[in-house]
Design a protein around this ligand. Structure first.
Ligand SMILES: [Zn+2]
Length: 188
């Protein structure tokens, strides 16, 4: 019975539409994810943004990292965008949908992508410390899972990585300035 279920799921996977996104479309959606990342940054969060696009090309979910704002480890950009997409469609299956995100998904988000049956994932910067789409581990290629999203790595990588670098550099400079100010106060 269990095998039958999984066989059925795989057959459904094969029946998915294979409309390819044009480079213009990819650029447009990644720019929307970058806009979401900028929104995170404006609120003092690590700049990471995501959007979910349905097979017709409509944006059905957006999200940006809100981990600090909400004091919640699960509030990653992808999780928020996926939840919004499910709410909008009124179903948990995001068949044939694509997700665009500025940073390689972590294991939690890669799990949510698999569970929601998202078809294609486009991400910008690679995450060598937590990336679960090839950098640390590749959850999308684990054969025993019943769904294997297709990942496109490094779309607008430089722009996405630079946003993160600039954010962390600004934090380091702030900390340095605060330390310096403290030293000066102590030596007076
Ligand atoms: Zn994540």
């Amino acid at each position: 019975m269990t095998n039958f279920f999984f066989d059925t799921m795989n057959k459904n996977d094969e029946l998915r539409s294979d409309r390819m996104l044009s480079n213009e479309e990819k650029k447009k959606y990644m720019q929307l994810a970058i806009d979401q990342a900028k929104e995170a940054k404006s609120q003092g969060e690590v700049p990471i943004g995501a959007v979910v696009v349905d097979p017709a090309g409509k944006v059905i979910g957006t999200g940006y990292n809100r981990r600090e704002l909400d004091e919640d480890a699960t509030q990653h950009a992808e999780m928020i965008a996926i939840k919004e997409a499910c709410d909008n469609l009124g179903m948990w299956r995001l068949i044939d949908c694509s997700l665009f995100v500025t940073l390689e998904p972590c294991p939690m988000c890669a799990g949510a992508i698999i569970n929601s049956r998202i078809k294609d994932v486009y991400f910008g910067a690679l995450d060598h410390k937590a990336g679960a789409c090839g950098s640390v581990v590749d959850l999308f290629s684990v054969e025993k899972f019943n769904h294997h999203p297709h990942a496109v790595r490094g779309l607008y990588h430089d722009q996405c990585a630079q946003m993160l670098k600039d954010f962390f550099r600004a934090i380091r400079e702030k900390q340095k300035a605060a330390k310096q100010a403290q030293k000066e106060t102590e030596s007076q």
